[in-house]
Each structure stands twice: as structure tokens, then as C-alpha cells.
Design a binder for this molecule. Structure first.
Ligand code: AKG
Length: 275
């Protein structure tokens, strides 16, 4: 593949991302990358990087392993974030001249980890403002509803709402996250699922979800006893994104080197497109 040209996406795929705030891209990650990601996940579980957050399974025998900014110390993940098909896809989907890496994150639900991922949207966690920001999410495992496929509320990015972050991975919400008085409380979506346009897709290795940073999403637990769900996500920004020092963001994602309104620049946010 010519890595200086964005991989081809259909008009329909690009439109689905913009209109719905989430879509699925099939067969875009070659297997050699998936092998390297799976190895990197094994390394991070064995010897976690500094931002690890793990949760025991609630009533199961698995574990929910989470970590972020792993690309900063793992050469394979750095190569993937910078040199895989993702940056070109992000440029096309964001409609941006330039693309920068925001950060990467792992969400590994081992077999028999019934912990759901609570409904949330991502941008409230992130110290940035602007519209051109998305995530790709993939797994080296086949992913199905009962192993923790992600669910999205179609069109919810256009609500333009910032919901108060909560800590992840535990069954009950904990209110120990820094509060932002402008953030809203997430509605009780599971109690009224019929009121929302919820979409989800099973994935095969090589497929991706792509979703906007304001799209409300969540996931069930991995109630399968026989498969892992090794989720890995990479977030990218476009030209209209600037650093934001508002309260309520994830402290592990803040960068004291940046002032409110700064453009995102290397080395913390490397430019990945054009290469
Ligand atoms: O993998 C999960 O369970 C959650 C993923 C997620 O919320 C994200 O990538 O923003």
C-alpha cells in the first residue's frame, strides 16, 4: 500500500461517520499489525505502563485491564499509531489537512468478565476543544454482542453534550472524578433503551469501529467463557482541535507543557498525516 495516499473509503462510509457519529470499516487492518498489537497487549498486561487501571471481574473470573498512552514506550504500538493505515483514514474521515495523534488506550476484557463499560462520551475526558477528533477501535479477537461489542447511540455526537466522566470498569458509578459544573449527567440509557437509536456491529479481526469523540457509547461485559476481548483504540485530531484546560478532564491526559488554546504539536501529539 502507498502510505502517502489516504486509503480508499467510500462516500457512504464517510457520510455514515459524519451523519451517525459511528460506523464500521471492514477488513482494513492487515494481520501483521494485529499480531504486533496482540503481542504489545500481552507485554502491557505482564508489565503495565504507568497509567494502568485494572478491575477484577464483577461476579466472574476474568479481569478488565485498561491502560493509556502506551505508544509512548512501546515501539510496536508507536509504529502502528504513526505508520499503519489509520492516519490516512483519519485524514479522510476528519476532512483535515493535518492529523495528529492524541493518544492510544487498551480495554481488555478477559473471558468471563461481565463488567459493562458504562455509557459515556469521550471528549469530556480529554483536554481539547474542537470538532475534528475521532477514535478507531479494533481487536485481534472476533467481537460479538456477548463478548463486549461496543454500542453507539446513532447521531448523539450532534447533541453537542458533554457528560460528566466517571471512573471506568466498575459496576457502580463513583463520583470521585473531578466535576465540571458545565457537564451534564448521563441519562439512564439502559432503563430506556427503546428511546434511543442504538447501533452495534460484530467485528472480525481487521475490522474497525470509528466514532466521533462526542458519540455516546458503551459496551456489555464479556460473558463468554472461551474468548478474550482485547480492545485497542487510537484517537486522532484534525486542524480545528486546540488544547483546553477546563476542569473535569482525565489527569493522565493533561499536558502541563500546553496552555489553553495551543495547537497540538509534537512530541506529545506527533503529526501523523501528511506523513
Ligand atoms: O472497549 C471498551 O469497553 C470501551 C471503549 C471506549 O469507551 C472507547 O474506546 O472510547
Amino acid at each position: 500500500m502507498n502510505m502517502t495516499v489516504a486509503p480508499t473509503l467510500s462516500e457512504q462510509e464517510v457520510r455514515a461517520y459524519h451523519d451517525d457519529g459511528a460506523t464500521v470499516l471492514r477488513g482494513v487492518i492487515p494481520s501483521h499489525w494485529l499480531t504486533r498489537i496482540a503481542e504489545a497487549i500481552a507485554r502491557d498486561i505482564a508489565e503495565p505502563g504507568p497509567f494502568v487501571h485494572g478491575y477484577p471481574a464483577t461476579g466472574g473470573k476474568g479481569r478488565f485491564h485498561g491502560n493509556l498512552r502506551i505508544w509512548e514506550h512501546d515501539a510496536d504500538l508507536r509504529d502502528f499509531c504513526l505508520n499503519s493505515p489509520l492516519p490516512g483514514l483519519a485524514a479522510r474521515l476528519l476532512g483535515s489537512e493535518n492529523v495528529n495523534l492524541l493518544y492510544d488506550q487498551m480495554f481488555v476484557k478477559e473471558a468471563s468478565t461481565p463488567n459493562p463499560t458504562r455509557w459515556h462520551n469521550d471528549q469530556p475526558y480529554w483536554p481539547i476543544r474542537g470538532w475534528q477528533v475521532l477514535s478507531f477501535w479494533l481487536s485481534p479477537d472476533p467481537v460479538s454482542r456477548d463478548s463486549g461489542a461496543l454500542e453507539f447511540i446513532r447521531g448523539s455526537h450532534k447533541w453537542h453534550k458533554f457528560f460528566q466522566p466517571e471512573r471506568f470498569g466498575e459496576t457502580e458509578a463513583h463520583d470521585d472524578y473531578e466535576r465540571n459544573p458545565d457537564y451534564l449527567t448521563i441519562p439512564g440509557i439502559d432503563a430506556a433503551r427503546g428511546d434511543y437509536d442504538i447501533v452495534s456491529w460484530d467485528l472480525e479481526p481487521g475490522d474497525l469501529y470509528v466514532f466521533h469523540a462526542l458519540t455516546v457509547h458503551g459496551a456489555g461485559g464479556n460473558i463468554r467463557g472461551d474468548v478474550r476481548r482485547r480492545g485497542y483504540t487510537v484517537r486522532y485530531t484534525g486542524d480545528d482541535i486546540h488544547y483546553d484546560t477546563r476542569p473535569g478532564t482525565n489527569e493522565h491526559l493533561r499536558r502541563p507543557e500546553f496552555a489553553d488554546g495551543d495547537a497540538l504539536t509534537a512530541p506529545h501529539y506527533p503529526q501523523v498525516w501528511p506523513r
